[in-house]
Design a protein around this ligand. Structure first.
Ligand SMILES: NC(=O)c1ccc[n+]([C@@H]2O[C@H](COP(=O)([O-])OP(=O)(O)OC[C@H]3O[C@@H](n4cnc5c(N)ncnc54)[C@H](O)[C@@H]3O)[C@@H](O)[C@H]2O)c1
Length: 329
């Protein structure tokens, strides 16, 4: 992966902080930055939903360092931002159902933790902050494809926290003259996304079921659609956002997706075919807080940041399936 660089800037003298770097998307960003010899790469993570094994390959790299700490503690955020040029903030408690079950924990990490990171980044005068928002911000807005400035009411506590991030980012950009870019990820998948735990995402669960030849659950009728996005595309969006030069590209929010909608039923068929499984899925109740259909318009990030989703869903599923077979087969 990451055979083609997404940046032209010399990053060998630049320092990067990746919060949530032990997690799925964060560890992929770290892999990219170290592959292209970034000067300094720091991860801040409390290893709550992420894993030390995701950063193990980097521990021997002298450009890499790990701070085990919690973003709900402001002093920890402040220390992590010292001497940093670029921050990408990925740390959060993901999952809509988790937020429905425990909105207080989700708020503490996703909203208060985000605010801590913004203040710490401001105090350290970092050059730019990129952060993970989410397609959940579109909430009950019915129109497809989703365009950045047409959102509805959030449908879950998780979506409220991501909407809150966007509001704070906007205010910090104008009040403190910071450079901040928000990325609304649409169902990202790929290597390092865990199939374990109560809040695992659909693709890791389907991959594991196909490998083990067991029946996965599908929520509702399975005709709900998503814009599944291979993680290399999400990494590209982060790297290109760090270095986007156009003035009007900064202090914006962007969809990060492929621009293809696939139903959960078709997704399972694609993965079952990859693994040669003929096991039928089991349908169960629809989940609270879920949106029915999701598809991104990606023209804004294409036009302003130069993002092009290089890996389409099928190709991404193949790479991911090989990874799951190797690590969980
Ligand atoms: N994966 C997706 O499809 C998707 C979609 C939309 C948005 N997002 C957002 O992207 C970001 C990354 O998601 P991911 O899928 O890599 O999730 P992940 O759970 O794999 O990674 C999140 C990381 O944050 C860390 N973390 C959690 N709470 C923390 C705290 N209090 N202090 C420090 N670290 C903490 C976890 O240990 C973990 O390593 C999150 O903000 C998530 O909400 C992800």
């Amino acid at each position: 992966m990451y055979d083609i660089p997404f940046h032209k800037t010399d990053i060998s003298k630049l320092s990067f902080l990746i919060t949530g770097g032990c997690g799925f998307i964060g560890s992929n960003i770290v892999e990219y930055l170290l592959k292209y010899n970034a000067g300094k790469v720091v991860v801040l993570d409390n290893v709550s939903t992420g894993f030390k094994k995701n950063i193990e390959p980097f521990l021997s790299n002298s450009n890499f360092s790990f701070i085990e700490g919690d973003i709900t503690d402001f002093q920890t955020c402040k220390k992590a931002c010292e001497g940093i040029d670029y921050v990408t903030h990925q740390a959060a408690l993901g999952s809509v159902p988790r937020s429905v079950k425990d909105p207080i924990a989700t708020h503490a990490v996703n909203a208060t933790g985000f605010l801590n990171m913004l203040v710490a980044a401001k105090d350290a005068m970092v050059k730019r902050v990129v952060y993970a928002s989410s397609s959940s911000v579109y909430g009950d807005h019915p129109v497809l494809p989703k365009k950045e400035d047409e959102t509805g009411n959030p449908l879950s506590p998780y979506a409220v926290t991501k909407k809150t991030n966007e509001l704070y980012a906007n205010v910090f950009a104008s009040t403190y003259q910071m450079e901040i870019i928000g990325l609304r990820y649409f169902n990202v998948f790929g290597p390092n996304q865990s199939p374990e735990g109560a809040y695992a995402a659909v693709i890791p669960l389907f991959m594991q079921a196909v490998i083990n030849k067991t029946a996965p659950f599908i929520d509702g009728d399975g005709e709900q659609t998503r814009d599944f996005t291979f993680v290399e595309n999400a990494v590209q969006a982060n790297i290109k956002s760090f270095f986007a030069e156009r003035k009007d590209a900064v202090n914006q929010i962007y969809n990060v997706a492929v621009g293809e909608k696939i139903s959960v039923n078709s997704l399972y068929s694609m993965i079952a075919e990859l693994g040669g499984s003929s096991v039928k899925p089991v349908h169960r109740e629809t989940r609270a807080g879920d949106i029915r259909n999701s598809l991104a318009d990606i023209s804004k990030i294409h036009d302003l940041v130069g993002y092009e989703p290089g890996i389409k869903v099928n190709a991404g599923l193949k790479i991911a399936f090989d990874w799951y077979r190797k690590n969980f087969g």
